[in-house]
Design a protein around this ligand. Structure first.
Ligand SMILES: [Zn+2]
Length: 160
């Protein structure tokens, strides 16, 4: 993330949360704390903070925690979809690694990180659409009746 990219994000959040005393020193100080984070996640965290900031303009550690939370949420969103596709029996998104993230090196027993990891990262960053979810079951498809399953399991354990 460049200082110019961060300054744009900072300026929007400062305006939203009425941080009227913000100056270049403040922007640079916050930038030092957050510069290793992707600007996409810093921007998403700023959006979260603008809607749910309890203490006015956040300290840099609060902003960094928000970035961690956004990162976890977005990466989980991507891999939940990869998992849902696998459970639905859809073909893997990546033929090379079959969505494990590791591809075999030639015919050896060695593996290396697969190139599709960069694609999954772009999806998490919001630069690319998330993987498509599997289609809904067809009309009339057999569905699990969760209430029946719970009653049957409870009955086995003698619970009413
Ligand atoms: Zn792959």
């Amino acid at each position: 993330m460049t200082l110019a990219e961060f300054t744009d994000v900072f300026a929007i959040l400062a305006t939203q949360l009425r941080y009227v005393d913000a100056d270049e020193v403040a922007i640079r100080a916050y930038y030092e704390a957050l510069k290793d984070c992707p600007v996409e996640f810093v921007r998403m965290a700023a959006q979260d903070l603008s809607r749910d900031s309890q203490y006015g303009f956040p300290r840099s550690d609060v902003w960094a925690d928000a970035v961690k939370a956004v990162t976890k949420r977005r990466v989980n969103a991507v891999y939940e979809r990869v998992y849902a596709r696998r459970m639905a029996g859809l073909p893997p998104l990546c033929e090379w690694c079959r969505d494990t993230g590791f591809e075999q090196v030639g015919d050896t027993n060695r593996y290396r990180p697969c190139a599709c990891r960069q694609q999954r990262q772009q999806e998490a960053l919001g630069n690319w659409p998330l993987p498509e979810l599997p289609a809904a079951p067809a009309e009339g498809a057999k569905r699990v009746d969760i209430d029946k399953v719970v009653k049957r399991l409870a009955g086995k354990k003698g619970i009413e």
